[in-house]
Design a protein around this ligand. Structure first.
Ligand code: WT7
Length: 606
């Protein structure tokens, strides 16, 4: 309604506590990386903390419309920080804690964040990550580029209060090893501890009343130009879409214990770990660790520990677990499970069937949900127990979503067909712009086929009207459910002094779905050695993050190009796969290079 006001944090917390009387209900069970390390928080406790932190932000001068960068592990303070931003109308820009200092810096600069919230350090499986150190590196880079960010709020997570002043640890035995001496870099001019600010903060905090079209958050996603795009979602439509899709797609019931394994740093964690479940007053599990630590049965032991009823994960995790056989799954009861969800990339029928038969014992419907950072919530998805399933198909559109399949000339195809997946009508959760670049928003999503929103995915409709996503048809690739652009990896490679040209293509991978296969042309005087490939991998990891580490790097004295000089990645993909069926190569300027590239392929992972 025009002129009406709302606040999403109020709807998620105050309303559930005061009107729905859910104050004592658990909002989150937090399960730490280390078994035995856990916590829980009720709706009223969460409201209390969010109000306190919202006051902290206000006391730091944060106002409606300001951008706040959040770079944190999967801990309760992350939820508190994001909802505190929403409460005061500041925009959170959450950066996945697996991203590098460069990536964090780029995102801070792009939307001009005035404050960073981070944590000291955390464990992911066996690996200790000193997050504050990476954050500091990013802040130094930002400073060098003239960024005005002045404050950094740091959660003491790894070294929580259980560690006594004399260094003795009061945690239960499995947690003792967390108390080792970890040096956290500290910059007194900028850094301030979260707990110190919170200790004196009031828990009375009037929400900032917002228009439904006011900005809620920015979340960066890979763009085909190589520069990440700041997807902007607004308050009203996003709230409605996240809340409604959560309710229907997971058939939410008040007694559910829901677990979404995604990191909050991705859109799945925004819509289906935070906003959607909390809007419905749901109880969720928030897990800090990884599926393989301390052993491959961790997911199922968590399912049993909290009696999880609805479980939402990614095909890459399912394939990883599938590889270890049925035993680690069967060892756990899993009888609480009712609905199983999948998201992030196409799920191959073999993984779908394993998920259905082994994990769900043929009793749990699977919801394969197709959507994007840009869509805010589910677009194509079955409704559990209502939609007859086909393994590998995201089935039908969600309420209010009108898909179409277009051919190259932009004509709508009817019946059985394959082509570009587009949407014909806006829906409540659609992104409103790319932060600071409305022009790019229009060209990226609406220019190719005027009047339609273009997803960038290929799609097939079968004779029964089911939709099957066939994967990206632009220069994007999907590694373990994470979208990357070939351009961003190429520019990371090109920063190495030995490289004059680089082309990256997606390559099938049994666990990750897709992986990166890179072709590099060396500058004169450089040699293609193991040392160089190691350096290149390190370079990409440092520029983007570990998820972007190339699996294959092939030396290419030249790259196949069209006469206008455009690299033909279509042919490079075939070379990577050793598929000799190249189709038409008559438009190439240098067809001679192809034979050479086939002969010098890398067959094994380097
Ligand atoms: C791209 C969006 C949606 C949250 C996680 C990823 C692919 C996503 C599915 C699915 C087939 C899928 C698409 C899409 N994708 N879900 N169920 N079946 N493909 O968000 O990083 O914005 O990536 O992920 O290619 O365009 P994102």
């Amino acid at each position: 309604m025009k002129g009406a006001t709302t606040n999403i944090c109020y709807n998620l917390l105050d309303r559930n506590v005061n009107e729905k009387k859910l104050g004592d209900k658990i909002a989150f069970y937090w399960e730490g990386n280390e078994p035995g390390d856990s916590a829980k928080i009720t709706y009223s406790e969460l409201l209390h903390k969010v109000c306190q932190f919202a006051n902290v932000l206000r006391s730091q001068g944060v106002k409606k419309g300001d951008r706040i960068s959040i770079y944190m592990p999967m801990i309760l303070e992350l939820v508190v920080a994001m909802l505190a931003c929403a409460r005061i109308g500041a925009l959170h820009s959450i950066v996945f804690a697996g991203f590098s200092a460069d990536s964090l810096c780029e995102r801070i600069l792009d939307c001009g964040c005035s404050l960073l919230i981070t944590a000291d350090a955390f464990y992911r499986g066996d690996k200790l990550i000193i997050l504050k150190q990476i954050a500091d590196e990013a802040l130094q880079k930002c400073k060098d580029k003239g960024c005005p960010l002045k404050k950094c709020i740091v959660v003491k997570h790894l070294a929580r209060e259980e560690v006594a002043v004399d260094g003795t640890c009061s945690k239960s035995p499995p947690l003792k090893r967390l108390c080792q001496d970890v040096q956290i870099p500290w910059n007194p001019a900028m850094d301030v501890w979260w707990h110190e600010l919170m200790s004196s903060a009031s828990s009375e905090c009037e929400p900032e009343w917002c228009d439904s079209e006011d900005e809620l958050f920015i979340l960066y996603t890979s763009g085909s130009t190589g520069k990440p795009k700041g997807v902007l979602h607004t308050v009203g439509g996003y709230m409605l879409f996240a809340a409604t899709s959560f309710k229907y797609v997971f058939d939410y019931q008040p007694e559910d214990v829901y677990w979404c394994t995604a990191d909050i740093g991705w859109i799945t964690g925004h819509s289906y770990l935070t906003y959607g479940p909390l809007a419905n007053g749901a109880t969720s599990v928030l897990f800090e660790g990884v599926p393989t630590y301390p052993d491959i049965g961790r997911m199922w032991s968590i399912v049993d520990k909290y009696k999880v009823t609805k479980f939402y994960t990614a095909p890459t995790a399912i394939r990883l677990l599938m590889k270890q056989g049925e035993e680690p799954v069967r060892k756990h009861s899993r009888k609480s499970l009712k609905v199983l969800g999948s998201v992030g990339e196409p799920i191959n029928p073999e993984a779908w069937l394993w998920y259905y038969r082994v994990v769900g014992e043929e009793r749990c419907p699977i919801v394969d949900t197709f959507w994007q950072t840009e869509t805010g919530g589910h677009m194509l998805t079955p409704l559990p127990a209502a939609t007859p399933m086909k393994p590998g198909s995201a089935t039908f559109p969600f309420f209010g979503v009108v898909p179409a399949i277009l051919n190259e000339s932009g004509e709508e195809l009817e019946g059985e067909a394959e082509g570009y997946l587009v949407f014909k009508q806006p829906w409540p959760g659609i992104m409103r712009t790319l932060y600071g670049n409305h022009q790019q928003f229009e060209t990226t999503y609406f220019k190719k086929f005027p009047g339609y929103y273009v997803t960038g995915d290929g799609c097939r409709r079968d004779k029964d009207g089911y939709y099957w996503i066939t994967g990206r048809i632009d220069d994007m690739l999907n590694v373990s459910g994470h979208l990357l652009s070939t351009a961003e990896v190429e520019s990371a490679l090109l920063e190495h002094a030995a490289i004059s040209e680089a082309a990256v293509v997606s390559h099938p991978h049994p666990l990750k779905g897709e992986c990166l296969y890179c072709f590099v042309t060396l500058r004169d005087g450089h040699e293609f050695t193991k040392k160089l490939t190691d350096e290149l991998k390190k370079q990409v990891r440092e520029k983007i993050g570990p998820i972007a580490t190339p699996d294959y790097i092939q030396c290419a004295p030249g790259l196949p190009k069209t006469r206008s000089g455009k690299i033909t990645r279509r042919i490079l993909r075939k070379i990577a796969k050793n598929d000799q069926d190249l189709g038409d190569i008559s438009t190439l300027a240098n067809p001679g290079i192809i034979k050479h590239l086939f002969n010098s392929r890398c067959d094994t992972k380097q």
